[in-house]
Design a protein around this ligand. Structure first.
Ligand code: PGA
Ligand code: ZN
Length: 429
């Protein structure tokens, strides 16, 4: 039974404020959780409440969200059973009263929702993944490791694609795959140094070198894989997150002479390389890239509003490559339902704070699996030491997790949590 819930403003990995919630149970159990924060946020995400007071943290303070936890949310869930997460989330949403959680803030509601799960798990003396998934959860995820950062996560790199990832598909345990990835990460560092490029890292811990094309980034990664002693295609596959909703433009930022056919299409303008595409041209670009390189998955290859384009792309290459909706689906069952009905993509990226509660996140994963879509547990570019997504991936058997490079402790914390879970699952501790 919940005695009280306390909110506080803490810092995330970018030095911006975020919300932490602390749940106290009557039996003395205390548990905490923190909300992450995105940079390339989807237009249809639940609302992250920020104070807008320019005198504090450039307007990014979260004292209002924290205040809602300490007042209304505390009043709402006090006395409730922390283990009934569906009832708790429902009560918070009712009290919030908005569709996008804009009254309390999704950052406030999510932090409390996770903290309740943690408190309940602790009170029952079971790990979080068992609380979330019961005995169903037994599959270790394969990491999609983001080793080159571009887009808005690395403003100084010349790359428009936001994330270049490697996936150790040939490894037969999580621990082994993690080691392979870390070795490639170091090989990539030495390679970049030899090329005279910087090895400073972006928001998700991957390098942010002065490379200027997708092809060059992919080829550099392939070289690093070989240098580390692995075979591309057998041991590793390439994964991209284009985050192309950042490329959407209105007709006036598009160079007229490159327009082939404009009817019903979204215009894309790649801000760094200055290349323009129509939907059809961008689809052709992805087809070409998938034929040329061992790419196993592409996230947000098209804009969050380009449903027609998604349908077309899925028909054309959906049997060869995983097409992941991040900004397209925003962990929202309504948008996922629409995508399933229209055959848009074949996988969903799962970010708890896009929808803003644990129960709705679990529902989104279940809906995806029922429809034969894959689900990938994911971090945000702004993270904390909170490791919930590691437990979520195992609990729901997502089989895949996206949580950055083996660099920056807010990323590594999730990998280290998974190492411990793997030992538990194998009965080693
Ligand atoms: P974000 O990026 O957390 O900045 O939104 C992550 C992603 O696009 O997958
Ligand atoms: Zn994404």
């Amino acid at each position: 039974e919940i005695e009280k819930v306390v909110g506080r403003e803490i810092l995330d990995s970018r030095g911006n404020p975020t919300v932490e919630a602390e749940v106290h149970l009557m039996d003395g159990t205390v548990a905490r959780a923190a909300a992450p924060s995105g940079a390339s946020t989807g237009e249809f995400e639940a609302l992250e409440l920020r104070d807008g007071d320019e005198k504090r943290y450039g307007g990014k303070g979260v004292l209002q969200a924290v205040g809602h936890i300490n007042d209304e949310i505390n009043d709402t869930i006090k006395g409730m059973d922390a283990s009934d997460i569906y009832a708790i989330d429902r009560a918070m949403m009712q009290a919030d009263g908005t569709e996008d959680k804009s009254h309390f803030g999704a950052n406030a509601i999510l932090a409390v929702s996770i903290a309740c799960c943690r408190a309940a798990a602790r009170a029952q003396a079971i790990p979080l993944y068992r609380f979330l998934g019961g005995t169903y959860g037994r599959r270790m995820p394969v990491p999609m490791m983001n080793i080159i950062n571009g887009g808005v996560h690395a403003p100084t790199s010349g790359l428009d694609v936001q994330e270049f990832m490697i996936m150790p598909v040939g490894a037969d345990s999580f621990r082994e795959g993690l080691r392979w990835c870390a070795e490639v990460f170091h090989a990539l560092a030495s390679l970049l140094r030899e090329k005279g490029m910087t090895t400073s890292v972006g928001d998700e811990g991957g390098f942010a070198p002065e490379l200027s094309s997708d092809e060059e980034a992919i080829e550099t990664i392939m070289e690093a894989v070989e240098r580390a002693g692995y075979e591309m295609g057998t041991h590793f596959k390439i994964v991209l997150d284009a985050a192309s909703s950042e490329w959407k433009c209105t007709a006036d930022c598009f160079h007229e002479d490159t327009v082939v056919s404009s009817s019903g299409q979204v215009y894309y303008h790649l801000p760094k390389t200055g290349v323009d595409y129509t939907t059809d041209q961008l689809i052709a670009h992805w087809k070409e890239l998938v034929e040329k390189y061992p790419i196993i998955s592409i996230e947000d290859p098209l804009d969050e509003d380009d449903w027609e384009g998604w349908q077309k792309l899925t028909l054309e290459i959906g049997d060869k490559v995983q097409l992941v909706g991040d900004d397209l689906f925003v962990t929202n069952t309504n948008r996922l339902q629409k995508g399933i009905a229209q055959g848009c993509g074949n996988a969903i990226l799962i970010k708890l704070n896009q929808i803003g509660s644990v129960s709705e996140t679990l529902d989104a994963i279940r809906l995806a699996h029922e429809a034969g879509y894959r689900a990938i547990a994911s971090h945000r570019s702004g993270e904390t030491e909170d490791t919930t997504i590691a437990d979520l991936a195992v609990a729901m058997n997502t089989g895949q997790i996206k949580t950055g490079a083996p660099s920056r402790s807010e990323r590594v914390a999730k990998y280290n949590r998974l190492l411990r879970i793997e030992e538990e699952l194998h009965g080693q501790i």
